[in-house]
Write a protein that binds this ligand. Sequence first.
Ligand SMILES: Nc1nc2c(ncn2[C@@H]2O[C@H](COP(=O)(O)OP(=O)(O)OP(=O)(O)O)[C@@H](O)[C@H]2O)c(=O)[nH]1
Ligand SMILES: [Mg+2]
Length: 243
Amino acid sequence: MGKTCQLVMGPAGSGKSTYCSTMVTHCQSMKRSIHLVNLDPAAEYFEYEPTIDIKNLITLEEVMQQLNYGPNGGLIYCLEYLLENLDWFENELQDYDDDNLIIDCPWWTVCIGWDTEYVEYIYWILNLYKTVPNFSLESCIPHLNVMTKMDLIDENDPELERFFSADTSLLLEDANASTRPDFHNLNQALVRLIDEYSMVNLIPLNIKDEDSIQYLLSHIDNAIQYGEDLEPKEVVDEIEDDE
Ligand SMILES: Nc1nc2c(ncn2[C@@H]2O[C@H](COP(=O)(O)OP(=O)(O)OP(=O)(O)O)[C@@H](O)[C@H]2O)c(=O)[nH]1
Ligand SMILES: [Mg+2]
């Protein structure tokens, strides 16, 4: 019934792993199946044991010790190693080919960007699952930008509104003011693209507020059309589930 996937990407320390744990807890409380996948070879601590863990294939520590690499070179080496061993990943995924995954990606996926072989593996996952990347900025697949750590700031601050629903007409005005008139059609097209794919909108996430977690999950469900292929549940099943 599943076969959906959240690719969680973002800068170092932005809260990816915390988000994954929060979402696993939330889904479990709803009796919704979800499996955590760790693709960070440097990850040290998990609130939930990952169902699939790149550290069973390779760890940053091993690479640094055995090959004498520094942390950055070591991480790139781990990525290349993963790409050369996608059959390992495919094999691990075998038992979950009809399930829902949440993939905790390492922060450096953001730095590497979309121009390298990393794309190869993202698209490989995209082919297997209905996927919604979180935090990423790729325009041709549905994605969500999430503003984490909302528990640390005042959610009623009126200034926040411009981050959550950015006014692209201001962007267009700015772009037009700094470019020649023959660029204005291009500016307009870019702004339309940004609008259509919600590229500058952010969804707030307060991990201490169940409504906020559910609100984000409903956006994710919408993006991956979660549940469209679910069979209606019999009342009898629900009673059995509750026992
Ligand atoms: N208050 C608060 N702290 C958070 C939240 N999310 C993460 N943190 C804290 O921010 C720090 C980094 O969080 P992680 O979840 O490890 O971030 P990450 O993006 O997985 O980090 P890397 O894997 O190292 O790139 C930790 O100390 C977390 O406890 C949040 O929503 N609220
Ligand atoms: Mg992490």
